[in-house]
Design a protein around this ligand. Structure first.
Ligand code: 13P
Length: 287
């Protein structure tokens, strides 16, 4: 059964580890992440962007697939199905479709509008036991064709949003989606410490988990980050494994044209990436 992310993140803050949010794009991705979570006895959050939602045939399709897998693959670790960077309308749609968690990203609105829209989403989501993530200070890089330059969140604005009753807060601290440029200045730990100080026990979310050095990840967790989002790294691992398989010509030989065989190396590559992250984030055996 899907659960809200509230409890698993509260436990992560208390235990000083982070739960991974791994974005899904198809059935193989979903199955690889769920099986890895179960094998490592780790809680997990499946992230779905609005673009991935459309690609997979709509939110109800995804809810059906994930619930089916949880039951038939005997997944007993806590799993949250979460909308990633949702618009106001997108958030309403996933709540209707049966997601257990939602991010409303109002970071591109004025802080006043971000607050009023976040408040409305909290009310609707909480009535159904669905957890809510809000964002302050946009996260840079490209996601679903939308490019943001990234900014450092203001601690006072973070507190205003945190006090509304959200369950997790994404605050920009110099993190960006996708690959980090050569001249990246790194995470701003002074900003993170100030945000933590202002928001107390609020689980903080680190977006753009791909390519952040391990020591920075560990330091971010020690400063209150309880959820880390990873997307690009699984995509790169999947693409590399699939390309190697096809370039080796294996897909043309024997039964190699079987799509299940073609996608198998990519599936294993996602499993290995997710396991590595769960170990780094400290969520193994925390289910
Ligand atoms: P990456 O693609 O950089 O791993 O970021 C994922 C993310 O933050 C999704 O919201």
């Amino acid at each position: 059964m899907l659960v809200s992310a509230k409890e698993m993140l509260k436990k992560a803050v208390e235990g000083q580890y982070a739960v991974g949010q791994f974005n899904i794009n198809n059935l193989e991705w979903t199955k690889a992440i769920l099986l890895t979570a179960q094998e490592n006895n780790s809680p997990v959050i499946l992230g779905v962007s609005e673009g991935a939602g459309k690609y997979m045939g709509g939110y109800k399709t995804i809810v059906g697939m994930v619930n089916g897998m949880i039951e038939e693959l005997n997944i007993t670790v806590p799993v949250a199905l979460h909308l990633d960077h949702g618009s106001y309308d997108g958030a309403l749609k996933v709540i209707e479709a049966g997601f257990s968690s939602v991010m409303f990203d109002g970071s591109h609105y004025s802080i006043e509008e971000n607050i009023s829209k976040t408040k409305e989403i909290i009310e609707i989501a909480n009535a159904k036991g669905i957890s809510v993530e809000a964002e302050v200070g946009s996260i840079g890089g490209e996601e679903d064709g939308v490019v943001g330059s990234g900014e450092i969140a203001d601690p006072a604005e973070c507190k205003s949003i945190a006090d509304l009753g959200i369950d997790m807060l994404a605050a920009g601290i110099g993190n960006i989606h996708g690959k980090y440029p050569e001249n990246w200045a790194g995470l701003n730990f002074d900003a993170l410490a100030a945000i933590k100080d202002a928001t107390k026990d609020m689980p903080l979310v680190l977006h753009g988990g791909t390519g952040i050095p391990e020591d920075m990840i560990k330091k971010a967790i020690s400063l209150g980050v309880a959820k880390i989002n990873v997307n690009t790294e699984c995509q790169l691992a999947f693409a590399k494994a699939t390309r190697e398989y096809i370039e080796a010509g294996k897909d043309l030989e024997g039964k190699g044209f079987d799509p299940r065989k073609i996608l198998a190396p990519g599936f294993e590559a996602i499993k290995a990436t997710v396991k590595e992250k769960m170990e780094l984030f400290g969520s193994v055996n925390k289910a």
